[in-house]
Design a protein around this ligand. Structure first.
Ligand code: KG4
Ligand code: ZN
Length: 350
């Protein structure tokens, strides 16, 4: 008998994602993004995102079904992001999923967005090993996770104590007058720059910080250092190479991300590192992670960029894994939790 057909819904931030998965096979990955509506504000405006989800939800479900060549009545289970994320945005996805699951009379799985970012890699590189470290870096999160017991047991090893990695990229891009979201623009500008041109600080890497925050990140000091350096150059009327600033800033971010991720693998005897989130599209992060993983004998798994950014396929992939594991579904009255703990992979009775 073939695996059940799972529809996954993601609305935790500014992407309305609907994915359809059977087993570990991706059949559809429809995404509608409201990113352009946020551009003039320089960041995601929660209420604008919620309204965009309402408008995009049903068309995106229809598009996913058409892409997969299935009808809505073929769906065997629904998975949805229960948290963490923007409360209003989550509500649109969970209300839709509840309505769909009860109308179709199929089980519903309210799942953790962060676990979805790790498990999505199964759609591209096959089943995950029993244990892996996940490095999740996006506009909303920067976390190191220890994913054990076939993704049933997820522990937070560390997280950012201030800005998320993507947020730092976006803020520096803004100072450099580059468009929003700034990550891809910094990435592009950095290709012509010298990453050693300016020695920007590596947050939480001094010995005393490492003792207290071995796997945590901090990017606000770096952001201030870059902003101050740019202001000094501008006020002195000195020439400034945008590519050099971009490359030096980017190097400071990816150096710390990869160093701490590999240390986490070493300390926990883990041989597989999965990187996800929008910043995983960064070309220097991918290259440096590959180089350092090879040196440390760690297998690196990074999904294709469209699966790294927020999407419904990652939620369907996690739902599919839970169904295959025989996990109990969520009750229809589960709450949306904008600060859902990473240890809650699927939401059950409180
Ligand atoms: O996962 P995502 O699409 O949405 C969430 O924030 O949840 O991630 C978006 C973030 C933005 O901050 C964007 O600037 C960053 O990912 N990003 C990048 C690159 N592409 C996207 N950052 C660095 N380099 C990139 N190539
Ligand atoms: Zn995300």
């Amino acid at each position: 008998m073939s695996d059940p057909l799972i529809l996954g819904i993601e609305t935790s931030c500014d992407e309305t994602g609907v994915g359809i998965v059977r087993g570990t096979t991706l059949l559809a990955d429809a995404v509608a993004s409201s990113v352009d509506e946020h551009a003039r504000f320089g960041g995601v405006v929660p209420e604008v995102a919620s309204r965009a989800h309402v408008e995009a939800m049903i068309p995106t479900i229809n598009r996913a079904c058409a892409e997969a060549g299935v009808g809505i009545h073929d769906i065997d289970a629904v998975a949805v992001t229960g948290g963490p994320g923007l409360a209003g945005a989550l509500l649109i996805g969970t209300a839709t999923a509840k309505a769909l699951a009860s109308a179709l009379d199929v089980p519903l799985y309210a799942v953790n967005h962060l676990a979805g970012h790790v498990v999505v890699d199964e759609l591209e590189h096959g089943p995950l090993p029993e244990t892996a470290v996940g490095l999740l870096v996006s506009g909303g999160h920067s976390s190191l996770l220890l994913v054990r017991d076939d993704a049933q047991d997820v522990t937070a090893l560390g997280a950012t104590i201030d800005d998320a990695a993507g947020e730092a990229f976006d803020k520096i891009a803004r100072i450099l007058d580059l468009p929003f979201p700034g990550g891809p623009w910094i990435d592009r500008a950095a290709r012509d720059g010298d990453p050693t041109a300016i020695a920007f600080p590596r947050g939480l890497t001094a010995a005393k910080d490492l003792a207290e925050h071995p796997y945590d990140f901090s990017f606000s000091g770096l952001k201030t250092a870059v902003a101050r350096w740019i202001a000094q150059q501008r006020s002195a009327g000195a020439a400034m190479s945008v590519p050099d600033v971009a490359a030096s800033f980017q190097e400071a971010v990816v150096d710390v991300l990869t160093r701490k991720a590999i240390q986490a693998c070493r300390d926990h005897g883990v041989e597989h590192l999965v990187i996800g989130g929008g910043v995983a599209a960064n070309s220097r992060l991918r290259a440096l992670a590959q180089e350092r993983c090879e040196q440390a004998d760690i297998v690196l798994r990074i999904p294709a960029p469209h699966l790294c950014t927020d999407n419904g396929a990652m939620i369907a992939a996690l739902g599919s894994k839970l169904v295959r594991q025989g996990a109990a579904p969520s009750p229809l009255d589960f709450p949306t939790l904008s600060v859902l703990r990473v240890s809650t992979v699927v939401m059950h009775e409180q």
